[in-house]
Design a protein around this ligand. Structure first.
Ligand code: FES
Length: 144
């Protein structure tokens, strides 16, 4: 499939932009400073906090799983059985302590944090996939 260009010039803090790449949903999520701070505080509740169990681009092998810390790019497909998780920017619910936002899969209840990292005690085995991508310039990402 052809690479897909995403215009991020108008993305607002907290916003999720959804595009389609090779028939899959791909998300670009704008993360605020408080979201980034939160990401550093719940490693103990994650299945694979350092993303060691899955393949991902080398430029996403960092604590934010992204090239730029404020922009998270991920394939929006649950690693359990392939449903598309719901983005919950403000209210992740109370089951996961200390985490106020993330992605919730309605099919069997898997939860992922704002870096797409899966929580323990849910059916999904792996973190969300980071697709190959790069920044063409400050306002354009090319997926694929
Ligand atoms: Fe997402 Fe099963 S497909 S939890």
């Amino acid at each position: 499939g052809a690479p897909v260009e995403v215009d991020i010039s108008k993305i607002e803090p907290g916003q999720l932009i959804r595009v389609e790449w090779r028939g899959k949903p791909v998300w670009v999520v704008s993360r605020t400073e408080s979201v980034l701070n939160e990401l550093e505080q719940h490693d103990g509740s994650l299945r694979d906090p350092a993303s060691e169990q899955e393949q991902q681009p080398s430029y996403a092998q960092n604590k934010y799983r992204s090239i730029k810390s404020d922009l998270f790019v991920a394939v929006g497909i649950c690693t359990h059985l392939g449903c598309s998780p719901t983005y919950l920017p403000d209210s992740f619910g109370e089951q996961v302590e200390g985490v106020s936002s993330g992605f919730f899969c309605p099919c069997h209840g898997s939860k992922f944090d704002m870096a797409g990292r899966v929580f323990q005690s849910v059916p999904a085995p792996l973190n969300l996939v980071v697709p190959p991508h790069y920044y063409v310039d400050d306002t354009t990402i090319l997926i694929g």
